[in-house]
Unconditional design. Structure first.
Length: 557
């Protein structure tokens, strides 16, 4: 049997084995979109390219047979760059949103579609957990959020956007009034201490997520009560203080400490904080350049200079978030910043590599025309947007779960949605996020190789959906013409099957003679759907990919 070397590892495989199969035999992962084990290579995606024997040309590993003494390079910068380019070319013609426009627009990048699906299925507790994965103060933001996500909601093109903010508020209010509010599990104590200067929305959010990671957090603030501008700037009529206090308490009971009456640079220096803590987060309000320099930091355009992905300052172990970096009137931006900073600080304290960007990867279709919107509307409730009433307030419980100094907010649900209204409103969602975003091979490889979806963006095609097949849904705009379905249909001897239509960059997969998909795939439609690497063809009964640990037992079909 021939022996070859792949990335410095000696591999021995039978004659006739491809380099791709040899790599997999050795436990080396080479990405591919068009390969089917044991089937003839299609070589359509060029994502599996490698360098062989130092040659100038890169070769598709799926179609390159092994040879005695062959030396294969798979993990060099040049090979990675070629794979990234191949992915970017495919993304440039890919028509479909990975995540919904609402989630892309939300400054905290909350998984809004998943929350809505859970509410529609009656999974209110699960929906609350989905919200709190990204938003630490949902009942607060449910009252003062500027509803940026709703401005991007495609339902608004037809009548009115889904009431995302009220749905978020609904699950948060029910949680607070339940007597057993959600308490996330926290990792064992790490032994690391974090000082957070500023107990506004950014600081509170950072403390919430850092405490879950096992780090001891202390919030310092110049005011006697935590909350920042939420406590001292937002009118009581907009944000009842008992409700604010209740949500803050859920953060403090994770072991977070609070010290009021402390002002950075006056009663407490940054040097002292760094000496007593393993990391420091500055989450105060707007900071003038002279004050930034006095702290030993570099001023940015409007606040403290930070790395825009990790929010790290120029001092090791010191981070900044919220209005200290960029003044904003939107608390949701500060909450999102707090989570981003907490994530970066956790990686810093753990000694692990810098985390990837927190913003979810997505391809975006942009605004749809009326005929393009029609398939989405056909699968959503035609009801108009629900108008909440004061009578919808959930009753406050008689007890507050475990012994606790904070009472349930009496004003918690006033003007909110009733459970029935919340379900009805959630069914108005168009679910325009990709149903297979967590398993789409194109998206997963694009994330792994840092591919940019707009690098080679061409002229946008018309979006359409074919739903006439009894078993599958076909979105031609998501098809990358890999040929897998064509191969499967040919093997099954489908009477018409599928074929390639057109030439070059305009090639498309379709049924011959302009016949409908139900005529082309009579026997192997489900096999083609299961093998499709981008979910351009998917099972009709497939719901969105569940999140890890998500309960799907009550999900509506």
């Amino acid at each position: 049997m021939p022996q070859l070397t792949i990335d410095g590892q000696l591999v021995e495989v039978p004659e006739g084995t491809s380099v791709l199969e040899a790599a997999r035999h050795a436990g080396i992962t080479i990405p591919t979109l068009c390969h089917r084990p044991g089937k003839p290579p299609l070589t359509s995606c060029f994502v599996c390219v490698v360098r062989v024997n130092g040659g100038a040309r890169l070769l598709p590993s799926c179609a390159t047979p092994v040879a005695e003494g062959m030396v294969v390079e798979s993990e060099t910068p040049e090979v990675h760059a070629a794979r990234r380019t191949a992915l970017e070319l495919l993304l440039g013609d890919h028509l479909g949103d990975c995540v919904g426009p609402c989630q892309s627009t939300c400054p905290a990048h909350m998984d809004i579609p998943r929350m809505i699906r859970q509410i529609a299925a009656g999974q209110v507790r699960e929906a609350l957990i989905t919200v709190k994965e990204r938003i630490a103060l949902p009942a607060v933001l449910g009252r003062i959020c500027p509803e940026l996500c709703e401005k991007a909601c495609r339902r608004g093109q037809a009548d009115a956007p889904v009431s995302i903010c009220l749905l978020k508020r609904h699950v948060a209010d029910l949680d607070l009034a339940s007597g057993d509010p959600y308490r996330p599990e926290c990792a064992p104590p790490s032994g690391k201490r974090v000082a957070i200067v500023g107990a506004g929305p950014a600081g509170l959010a950072a403390a919430y997520y850092l405490a879950q990671a096992g780090h001891a957090c202390t919030l310092f603030d110049e005011h006697p009560l935590p909350g920042g501008m939420l406590q001292y700037g937002v009118p009581e009529a907009l944000l009842p203080r008992d409700l604010l206090q209740a949500e803050i308490h859920l953060i403090l009971r994770l072991g977070v400490e609070f010290q009021g009456g402390v002002r950075l640079g006056e009663s407490l220096s940054l040097e002292e904080l760094r000496a007593r803590h393993d990391a420091v987060l500055i989450a105060t309000g707007p900071t003038a350049p002279e004050a930034v320099r006095a702290l030993g930091l570099e001023p940015g355009r409007q606040g403290i200079q930070v790395d825009r992905h990790t929010l790290a300052t120029t001092l090791p172990g010191v981070y900044a978030a919220g209005a200290a970096v960029l003044p904003s009137r939107h608390a949701v931006r500060a909450v999102g910043d707090g989570r981003t900073a907490a994530r970066a600080i956790h990686h810093y304290l753990s000694g692990s590599p810098e985390p990837a960007r927190d913003r979810p990867f997505t391809v975006q279709m942009g605004r749809l025309q009326a005929d393009e919107l029609a398939p989405f509307l056909a699968n959503a409730s035609p009801e108009p947007r629900v108008s909440p009433t004061a009578e919808a307030a959930p009753p406050a419980p008689q007890e507050w779960g475990e012994p606790d100094p904070v009472a349930p907010p009496a004003s918690g649900g006033l003007g909110g949605l009733s459970p029935d209204q919340a379900v009805r409103e959630s069914r108005r969602c168009l679910h325009c996020d990709c149903h297979k975003q967590e398993t789409c091979a194109l998206r997963l490889h694009a994330i792994a190789y840092g591919a940019r979806p707009n690098e080679y963006r061409g002229e946008r095609r018309d979006y359409r959906v074919e739903q006439t097949h009894p078993e599958t849904v076909y979105e031609p705009g998501k098809c990358i013409a890999c040929g897998v379905c064509v191969q499967i249909a040919t093997e099954a001897r489908e009477e018409l099957g599928l074929t390639f239509i057109g030439r070059g960059l305009n090639v498309r997969v379709a049924v011959p003679l302009n016949e409908a998909l139900r005529q082309g795939l009579r026997r192997v439609a489900l096999a083609c759907a299961d093998a499709c690497p981008t979910a351009a063809l998917r099972r009709k009964d497939d719901g969105p990919t569940p999140a890890p640990g998500e309960d799907t037992s009550r999900r509506e079909g």
